[in-house]
Design a protein around this ligand. Sequence first.
Ligand SMILES: C[S@@+](CC[C@H](N)C(=O)[O-])C[C@H]1O[C@@H](n2cnc3c(N)ncnc32)[C@H](O)[C@@H]1O
Length: 344
Amino acid sequence: MPSAVVLAEGVATATVATATAAGPFLKWAGGKRQLLPRILDLVPRRIDTYYEPFLGGGAVFFALAARGAFRRAVLTDTNDELVNCYRAVRDDVESVITALRRFRNTPEHYYRVRAQSPSRLAPVARAARVIYLNRCGYNGLYRVNSSGRFNVPFGRYVRPTICDPVKLRAAARALRAVEIRHADFGEVLGAERFGGDDFVYLDPPYVPVSATASFTAYAGDFGPAEQQRLASALRALSARRVSALLSNSDCAATRALYRGLDLEAVQARRAINSVGRGRGAVGELLVRSFRYACPADLVANTDSVITVVDGQRARGPAAGRSATVSRGEPSASSAGKARDARRS
Ligand SMILES: C[S@@+](CC[C@H](N)C(=O)[O-])C[C@H]1O[C@@H](n2cnc3c(N)ncnc32)[C@H](O)[C@@H]1O
């Protein structure tokens, strides 16, 4: 059994503190709550520009913003509705809050809002619609049909928080002066002139855990060709010595894609286990573009198991809400608006 270690206390304390400040205001598939402490350990201490090209709920961005970990940030995603929503919260959060207060948690109201065409709505109304559908729709899913229409059913929650002004205002503060763009990851990773202190966090739609090393096809927009394109982009960052961290599912396909890079296997506990590996445990891989310096390097023995329990690291076996890590080869701002306009 590998030895267990405790990280430097200062590191753990900082990690816990960030989780309670500005945080995601949308529920998003692939949210990083469980893995966040370990991801933060793998982030360089000093960041000039922070890039998150698969923004989603932005859990890592908000955690880093709460720490004041970067000087500037560039957030991108290919989901128009999501990008508009972040921009509206950044630029006019009070109007988004006012608009959200008009929504009701009834199936009739939900299906009426769901049927609206987002392109006909003003940015604030469009953003409020996304937040409302996210809070009141089934499981916070974002799913569209073949004609691009949002088709998630009503969630039947008893008293969902449709409008959380405190959270929204905190998010708006964190997003102030942040550049938010609608862009494919390749556009960002290929075109940017990264500086030595820049950092990129990549959280793509995951490879299905059943994928073999020679996978050729699976359902979904982000198929094998996209995963391959992303792996090539990360290798290019590695060759340029750009500090980047990627998360993905731990399966033969992902290990093959990132062979030779710095890989770390992490076991996160999930309430629902569709994997059938361990009791509720889901394997994920964290891939570093190269061994750049980060707090994780404070760990003396890298071939160890670190147990994370409720955000605190401890010796001994995993317990409660936990993630286990094994190291080594696996086994509103006008300024912001102007920047977006220049870039998109
Ligand atoms: C797994 S989610 C990110 C989860 C996020 N890190 C969080 O904490 O909630 C993946 C995101 O990638 C976006 N996406 C899918 N394909 C993309 C592409 N080619 N380029 C950029 N973003 C893409 C999706 O719209 C989605 O928001």
